[in-house]
Design a protein around this ligand. Structure first.
Ligand code: ADP
Length: 535
């Protein structure tokens, strides 16, 4: 009978542990080995309290055992209890256990059947976090408050010492820490940065890659200054997931901990779910902000109508009036000159009208991007040829550093539009005698094409750069010099690039001039396997 019982306990899914009156282990089944990390040989004869009871609970356990032994008043016998147990490697985990006592002539033994309830607790904890985030987002009166609630829900309910929400600025040149929840006793020092460049640090990397990242040992992440700073203040592991909306990555949700007990994929799934809620929230907020922005844009639109539309119209009106009144007294050449003026200005108006329409359609998603296998080098060659005359007219030098062929999956007509816009701006905003440099190359590591247009022109003041991709926005350098323009080209350009899942940035320059850098994925966005990758 006893032999049978031992067989049952050996195969049981629950850990079975028995101790004598002194608290020394006398029985220990294979499930206990798996759960606590000690084999039967390692556990047998040792005080159970030192093996599997967390230090903070040990005194209470010993006092309880002493009471049981002294007067048989075992309060815990027959009750189902939830407590924290400790693994051999020191980590604590929740267990549910029941205790029974057996007595024979010479010994009293205490038997415990123990079940690890980590997963059950995780499910309810995750549900609670998700509910707290939903509530926080629904009730928040501003984006900042919403971000703070998300970080707090992750920090407090999940017990992560640091939880952060990072969002990119409008120009996509930096990611800023919008909200950070920090455990009371932590001093962040060099770790507490507010801004990072895309690609730098965990938030910058997650944002740039648009994919989750997991750093199992921050101290070993030698490439990142921030990871080492985190390790110095006692943080060991970190997980980050992208926050996205409508196919664009907006930022990153990152948590840092002493130790993360949940499995990597479960945790990433939880964080991704929360990040999706944040993305949807930001999308809603963005729609509201757009309404406000629209009001602002209206003023800038009025400026466009006043200068860019009214000027050509008055020229056309004046020329038509002149032709009407003085047709006979004008020479044929003068008549042609007036007609050319009318044609030029009508053409200018038509460009503005088609830019406005194009932008409206692109933004509304009504224009399809038709990606095919195409060659950026050929597109750039054609665009350069089209702008050479204008550049020569200003005595500009054009330097081209582009390989013979740059294959990618994209809409060639739309890319030509991007090339035309960047080149015409470079020509327009570079004074006589300057240089325009066009470079493009494939980056095999990221499977992207990086293409840049640099000029030595009037530049854009650093303080104004964040507004550059806003509709109708024109930098002071352009306005002061009265260089005509509508502030539509770059917005159209960015929309096209983003519809190709790429990015466009104005790279910071200290001297005069500007560099616009476009990054475009080479392959179809849904193609995950690189050609020729080992299968
Ligand atoms: P537009 O040139 O018609 O005004 P864009 O949208 O193409 O419209 O450009 C927006 C603004 O960005 C311009 O008005 C100008 O102030 C600035 N800008 C764009 N490209 C350059 C450049 N290469 N050098 C200096 N400023 C530029």
């Amino acid at each position: 009978m006893l032999r049978n019982l031992q067989g049952v306990l050996a195969a049981a899914p629950h850990a079975y542990v028995a101790i004598d009156e002194e608290g020394l282990v006398v029985a220990w089944n294979p499930a206990a080995h798996a759960m606590f990390g000690y084999s039967f040989e390692q556990a047998c004869g040792r005080p159970m309290a030192e093996l599997i009871i967390p230090p903070s609970l040990r005194d209470a356990h010993l006092a309880g055992l002493a009471r049981c032994v002294a007067d048989g008043g075992c309060r815990i016998v027959g009750r189902r209890m939830q407590v924290n147990a400790m693994h051999r490697d020191g980590h604590e985990f929740p267990v549910e256990l029941t205790v029974t006592v057996t007595e024979d002539a010479d010994a009293r033994l205490f038997h415990a059947l123990v079940q690890d309830v980590t997963i059950g607790q995780r499910v309810s904890r995750f549900a609670a976090v998700e509910a707290a985030v939903s509530r926080g987002l629904a009730e928040a009166e501003s984006s900042d408050v919403a971000a703070a609630r998300v970080a707090e829900a992750l920090g407090v309910r999940m017990g992560w010492p640091v939880a952060e929400l990072w969002l990119a600025d409008e120009e996509r040149q930096v990611v800023s820490c919008t909200a950070r929840h920090v455990r009371g006793d932590l001093r962040l020092n060099a770790f507490g940065l507010k801004e990072l460049e895309p690609g730098i640090g965990l938030p910058g990397r997650v944002y740039a890659q648009g994919a989750p990242d997991w750093i199992p040992d921050l101290a070993a992440d030698v490439t990142s200054f921030r990871s080492r700073a985190a390790a110095r203040i006692g943080l060991h592991v970190a997980v980050g997931v992208p926050v996205s909306s409508g196919g664009h990555t907006l930022g990153a949700l990152c948590v840092y901990g002493d130790r993360i007990e949940d499995p990597e994929d479960t945790l990433i799934a939880l964080l991704s779910g929360i990040a999706a809620q944040v993305g949807q929230y930001l999308e809603r907020r963005r729609a509201e902000e757009l309404t406000v922005e629209l009001a602002k844009t209206k003023d800038e639109f009025l400026a466009l109508v006043t200068h860019e539309l009214r000027n050509p119209l008055s020229v056309i009106t004046a020329a038509t009036a002149l032709l009407d009144e003085d047709l006979e007294s004008l020479t044929t050449e003068q008549q042609h000159e007036q007609l050319r003026t009318i044609g030029r200005n009508a053409q200018r108006l038509s460009v503005i009208a088609s830019d406005l329409l194009d932008l409206a359609r692109l933004e509304a998603g009504h224009v399809a991007i038709d990606p095919v296998e195409t060659d950026l080098s050929a597109i750039l060659g054609e665009a350069l040829a089209a702008h050479r005359e204008a550049a020569a007219g200003k005595n500009l030098t054009i330097v081209v550093n582009v390989p013979e062929r740059l294959a990618l999956h994209a809409d060639p007509h739309r890319l030509r539009q991007v090339a035309d816009n960047l080149l015409s701006n470079a020509v327009k905003y570079t004074p006589t005698g300057g240089t325009i440099t066009v470079t493009a190359a494939a980056d095999d590591n990221t499977d992207e094409i990086i293409w840049a247009v640099t000029d030595t022109g009037i530049g854009i003041p650093a303080a104004e750069r964040p507004h550059l991709f806003r509709r109708f926005y024109r930098a002071s350098t352009a306005r002061e010099r009265r260089i005509p323009g509508t502030g539509l080209g770059l917005v159209i350009t960015r929309t096209i690039v983003e519809r190709h899942h790429g990015s466009i940035t104005l790279t910071g320059t200290t001297g005069p001039g500007s560099t616009f850098t476009v990054r475009l994925p080479r392959s179809k966005p849904d193609t995950t396997a690189a050609p020729g990758a080992p299968g």
